[in-house]
Ligand binder design. Structure first.
Ligand code: FPP
Length: 248
């Protein structure tokens, strides 16, 4: 396990915070107990990310599919989110952290949406790190939104369909203006993307750990960054080409 600060850090880290429910069930407690414990890990990972100089941290806090969970669990998660935002505004401002949201924000309960809007507005000028919360987020849903916006612009004559490129799609995603994730961490032992950042994760390094999210703390995060540091990102090139370009 690594406790030293890493030599170099990825610009954008995305996390699927999985395993809260099982963590609670293993302790014979209700699932919400696991989500509550998960908020402590959120705080610790945000603090560590800011400390080591990560520019963008994206957390998958609630997916489009999570609306299908029992209503009590959904309500509980929304309350946790609201409390977190209320409690963290001062810390975000003190640490120069800008809050953003990915997803269908309008689907969130009005009180959550209000506090979210307020926090986004109040942290707009912060520049040291972007904290992106994926809320009511689905990668396919995001692509549908992007395609609809592009088609509308083409129909209205504001965009020529022949000019539609990868950049056009990037500019119409919720992540417009942000770099693609360099590293995607999934806790909780499952090995899948679960509809997270499908377009943006094309060349992202994936890191899976069995550790449940409530147990994922500073050292676990630093360990994932350390593993990332030793990966060779080839983007379709050969290992020799990549090594050669590093030497030049
Ligand atoms: C997945 O675990 C986790 C979630 C659906 C919610 C994640 C939410 C938090 C960590 C707390 C609130 C977030 C913020 C940003 C304050 P699961 O319930 O699917 O776990 P399981 O796979 O073990 O059942």
């Amino acid at each position: 396990m690594v406790t030293d600060l890493p030599e170099s850090v990825p610009r954008h880290v995305a996390i699927i915070m999985d395993g809260n429910g099982r963590w609670a069930e293993e302790r014979h407690r209700p699932r919400l107990f696991g989500h509550k414990a998960g908020v402590d890990s959120v705080r610790e990972v945000v603090r560590t990310a800011r400390e080591i100089g990560i520019s963008v941290l994206t957390l998958y806090a609630f997916s489009t599919e999570n609306w299908n969970r029992p209503s009590g669990e959904v309500r509980g998660l929304m309350t946790l989110l609201k409390n977190y935002l209320q409690a963290e505004l001062r810390t975000m401002l003190q640490n120069d952290i800008q809050l953003r949201c990915l997803g269908e924000q309008a689907k969130l309960p009005m009180d959550v949406n209000q506090i979210l809007e307020q926090t986004i507005a109040e942290t707009r000028a912060c520049r040291s790190m972007v904290l992106n919360l994926a809320l009511s987020y689905g990668g396919r849903n995001e692509l549908v939104h992007a395609v609809q916006a592009i088609v509308r612009k083409c129909q209205e004559g504001r965009l020529d369909w022949r000019a539609v490129s990868e950049s056009t799609i990037n500019e119409h995603l919720f992540t417009a203006g942000l770099p693609d994730p360099d590293l995607l961490i999934r806790t909780g032992g499952e090995h899948r993307l679960s509809n997270f950042l499908l377009w943006q994760a094309s060349y992202t390094e994936l890191y899976f750990t069995d550790t449940r999210w409530p147990d994922f703390k500073r050292n676990d995060f630093l360990h994932a960054i350390h593993i990332y540091h030793h990966r060779q990102r080839r983007y379709g090139r050969t290992g020799a080409q990549v090594a050669g370009s590093k030497e030049q």
